[in-house]
Design a binder for this molecule. Structure first.
Ligand code: CTP
Length: 478
């Protein structure tokens, strides 16, 4: 965190809009402050998109007068229901709201709102680091208001609520998710009483809409080290409420002295490994879900010990339900995650055995253009603490990658198309749509992929004729 004197603050607020706002507010006899995330991010030197202003009086009136003063090129939108207004000018957007007091009812997020002072407004905010305000009025331009020692908390890297955390969280339970999210994004510690209140109020998350919850969860996942957030969600009891499938990965069972690994911590390690390599949110989701099928597939077998057969398949089958419930997109992004979950064991199976052309080709075909992402996931999945074992797999993965590059250069399997189409099979054998068409196509594909026949139309056609004959199909028109 950096220290900012009032003079420096004045320089940071050098955009002409801030002086304009101050003058307009002065002209109307109202105090006006820039508040919240924008001020916090000035100190933390983070980029900030939204500028929020609080007016002690009518935010809408200040916004409208500002719009007139700025003239053409300024655009004002008023949201009377919310008592807010937005001014867009050049490349900047400023939200205006009147200072408010709020009180909440137990079963709703919707507060009863009344006009209030700046202090009332700051008191009702979520965290001390978000309860900072900087005055924009001419006389006090650049003056910081820090009622709850937010600067100290920023210096100590602490997330704490301004008021009793039970009240802050109970008033608006989404703040519990925000608390964990800020701790993860900023790598701040959650202050002790605040952390205890998270536990006590976790259950209240039930009144929050899934859309808001997933927004925060995605911000946690998009952080540099997402595991911080998931460990905290687990600790305070939010995890089983918002993501029961992930919560079920927690724990270790031992039988006859044989224990399996804790799949929750393993998953978090994989997620952090992936996060070090890419910002792709959906690849991070694939990491989070790659072992999600393990609890359902877990068996104890007397010789083998703990097994998780088909957990990749089970996990990929669970993915649409999880996406639906979580209000994540059900389009190609879901399919991408599903595919990576399904295929995540394949490269390791190949790397573990002999890395043959046909195995790699098959993988390349199934993964298609997502092959590089799949390899990133699989490399991240090697979390063995045995350095020798780890090296062995990484070396073999390098082999797989080399072979992939080699095959891609040779026959471009990413865009491979079967030389034999269903249409051709139907015409040749005078068939209506039926399962034999699929079987024949598959046989041709397998033969090419196993390098039994060359990847040419002629070879494929001959092979199709041969196999069709064996299947009892005829070219005669009956
Ligand atoms: N706020 C709050 N309780 C919430 C949401 C927001 O008290 N549930 C307050 C905080 O003071 C916050 C400000 O409203 O700083 C603006 O909220 P928002 O724009 O959602 O978040 P930021 O803090 O700006 O952070 P980010 O942009 O990273 O979400």
């Amino acid at each position: 965190m950096r220290h900012i004197s009032r003079t420096q603050m004045t320089e940071l607020l050098s955009h002409p809009i801030f002086r304009q706002i101050g003058q307009v507010a002065d002209g109307m006899g109202m105090e006006c402050y820039v508040v919240g995330g924008f001020v916090r991010d000035l100190f933390l030197e983070r980029p900030s998109k939204d500028i929020d202003c609080v007016v002690v009086g009518s935010g809408i009136a200040v916004a409208q007068t500002l719009g007139k003063t700025l003239g053409r090129g300024a655009h004002v939108s008023v949201f009377r229901n919310f008592g807010t207004a937005q001014v867009k000018w050049r490349n900047i957007e400023v939200e205006f709201v009147g200072a408010r007091r709020e009180s909440y009812q137990r079963d709703s997020r919707k507060p009863i709102v009344e006009d209030g002072t700046l202090e009332d407004d700051l008191d009702r905010r979520d965290f001390t680091i978000n309860a900072l305000a900087v005055c924009l009025n001419e006389q006090r331009f650049g003056e910081l208001v820090d009622r709850f020692q937010g600067l100290l908390d920023m210096e100590d890297r602490i997330i704490a609520t301004p008021l009793d955390p039970d009240i802050t969280f109970s008033d608006d339970p989404l703040r519990m998710m925000r608390c964990v999210r800020f701790a993860t994004q900023l790598r701040f510690q959650i202050e002790e009483e605040t952390a205890e209140a998270l536990e006590r109020n976790a259950d209240r998350i039930k009144i929050i809409s899934q859309e808001r919850i997933i927004d925060e969860l995605n911000k946690i996942i998009a952080s540099p080290q997402p595991s911080i957030g998931f460990v905290e969600l687990s600790r305070c009891g939010l995890l089983p409420l918002i993501f029961p499938e992930l919560s079920k990965l927690e724990g270790v069972e031992t039988r006859n002295g044989r224990a399996h690994k804790d799949n929750f911590f393993h998953t978090l390690e994989v997620l952090d490994n992936v996060a070090r390599k890419t910002d792709n949110l959906w690849l991070r989701w694939a990491a989070l879900l790659h072992d999600i099928g393990k609890p359902r597939s877990k068996r104890w077998e007397p010789v083998a010990g703990w097994t998780f057969h088909n957990h990749n398949y089970i996990g990929s089958r669970m993915t649409p339900d999880i996406f639906r419930r979580m209000k994540l997109p059900l389009d190609e992004r879901m399919k991408y995650v599903q595919k990576l979950v399904d295929l995540h064991m394949r490269p390791i199976a190949i790397a573990d055995a002999e890395v043959t052309d046909s195995a790699v080709r098959r993988l390349l075909f199934e993964a298609g253009e997502d092959i590089d992402d799949l390899m990133t996931l699989c490399e991240a999945d090697i979390t063995s603490k045995n350095q020798q074992k780890k090296q062995h797999f990484l070396d073999n993965f390098r082999l797989v990658r080399e072979k992939l590059a080699d095959l891609q250069a040779r026959d471009n399997y990413r865009t491979w198309q079967n030389p034999i189409t269903g249409e051709e099979i139907m015409q040749t054998f005078h068939l209506q749509p039926c399962k034999e068409i699929g079987i024949l196509k598959q046989l041709v594909k397998d033969a090419i992929w196993e390098s039994q026949i060359p990847n040419t139309y002629e070879a494929a056609r001959d092979y199709m004729m041969e196999k069709a004959k064996e299947m009892g199909l005829t070219t005669e028109n009956k």
